[in-house]
Design a binder for this molecule. Structure first.
Ligand SMILES: [Zn+2]
Length: 412
């Protein structure tokens, strides 16, 4: 994970020149957009921020500007008018041995504990949301909304019955797989190709159990065959928490138009992401790749790096951008994907999942403080306030409500 994420994170946040882009907004437009966001409920469906909670020196209540390791904290959430979202328990996958599965099991529980400790430490600022209606109530109480999600179900391989425990502890959104195939599902990006041709038998059982519990299923990172399995087997709609359009950029992580229409026909939602490598081809030249590895060797591994080193890291990456430039996705590229998704399925089936703190972010969209640019763009496109409200939270919460209502009806 380190290089892929590191190389995308915020090298430009330090003040390196922004790429020239056509989309721009006046101060008045941005102020109007921010004011609208403050009235609406604004949720991002994929925050990798929990990976920072145990990082040495990180404090969610402090502002971490111009830091390549952080895009989300409480002060910047206020600035960008982001009410909250789905805080992900992300787990890096090992070699799929029994020993690796135990390490993953413990890692997942550790992240869950980190999120619960954040909630316990700051009850005046953050609150756990469990139902679709909780988010609006929490916003009205002046706090930030914390739904818990899981990206990569590998922590459940050793003991799938842990899903019940996670649900009791607040888990409300579950993805099966990440960059590589696991015991539950095929990944969209495993170089070895398909292993299960979709969900494995264990994956189907896990998804069925999740549906019984009212947990929403997240298709992001899984292969198209998994999408087809979910479409066929689920009695409720599902989402893609952070994905983009295959018609705009043909990458296996993105969704094609035919499947987009199937997703929408089932009532589902695609949450557009800002991970540059899925928006355009950002593959670096070998010289650049080696230079990035050299920075990582010098500054230490990304996962354990103290937060204050993130400033130095941002500076090193900005210098590298001057010395060996690489193609990067722009805000324009992001809006091309967003616009295409809106054109194909309409505003009731699109939302926002930027992949903050997980590799998301672009020049001009460096951290959560830039989010009003999205609302300003939606306003420029002429979307109504109700449509913008749906994109910012109503659509994904509609799917959650359906999943929870279905589970409640099945319960004995
Ligand atoms: Zn991801």
């Amino acid at each position: 994970m380190s290089l892929r994420r590191l190389s995308l994170l915020l090298a430009l946040a330090l003040g390196a020149p922004l790429s020239v882009h056509a989309v721009d907004f006046s101060a008045a437009e941005l102020a109007r957009a921010k004011a609208l966001q403050q009235r609406l409920l604004t949720l991002d469906s994929h925050l990798d921020t929990p990976a920072n909670l145990a990082r040495p020196g990180f404090d969610i209540t402090h502002r971490h500007d111009h830091n390549a390791l952080s895009q989300v904290d409480y002060p910047r959430m206020l600035d960008g008018a982001l009410d909250g979202g789905f805080w992900a328990i992300y787990t890096d996958q090992g070699d799929r041995s029994d020993a690796a599965h135990l390490v993953e099991r413990d890692h997942g529980l550790r992240r869950l504990m980190d999120i619960r400790e954040m909630l316990a430490a700051h009850p005046d600022r953050f609150q756990l949301a469990l139902t679709a209606d909780d988010a609006a109530r929490i916003k009205a109480a002046g706090k930030r909304v914390v739904y818990i999600s899981m990206e990569n179900a590998s922590p459940l391989v050793a003991d799938p019955s842990l899903l019940g425990f996670y649900h009791a502890a607040g888990l409300r959104l579950l993805s099966t797989v990440h960059f590589a195939n696991n015991e539950f599902a095929d990944s969209a990006t495993d170089p070895k190709g398909a292993e299960w041709n979709g969900l494995s038998p264990a994956g189907k059982a896990l998804v069925e159990q999740a549906v019984k519990l009212g947990i929403v299923i997240d298709q992001s990172h899984a292969s198209d065959a998994v999408f087809d399995d979910l479409l066929a087997m689920l009695p409720v709609p599902f989402i893609l928490s952070h994905s983009a359009s295959k018609a705009v950029f043909d990458h296996p992580r993105n969704l094609d138009d035919a499947r987009l229409r199937q997703l929408a026909a089932k009532g589902g939602v695609i949450q557009v992401n800002a991970y540059g490598g899925y928006l355009v081809d950002e593959t670096p030249r070998e010289e650049r790749r080696q230079a990035e590895q050299e920075i990582e060797r010098r500054l230490g591994s990304w996962d354990d790096m103290p937060i204050e080193k993130g400033v130095e890291l941002a500076r090193a990456m900005a210098e590298l951008d001057q010395r060996i430039p690489r193609r990067r996705a722009t805000l324009d590229d992001f809006f091309v994907h967003f616009g295409h998704l809106l054109d194909v399925v309409g505003p009731a089936h699109v939302g926002i999942g930027m992949d903050w703190d997980g590799g998301g972010g672009l020049p001009g969209m460096a951290d959560v403080t830039d989010l009003p640019r999205i609302t300003a763009w939606l306003q420029q496109r002429g979307l109504s306030e109700a449509q913008i409200a749906g994109i910012w939270s109503g659509n994904v919460l509609r799917v959650m409500r359906q999943a929870q209502d279905y589970a409640a009806k099945q319960a004995p």
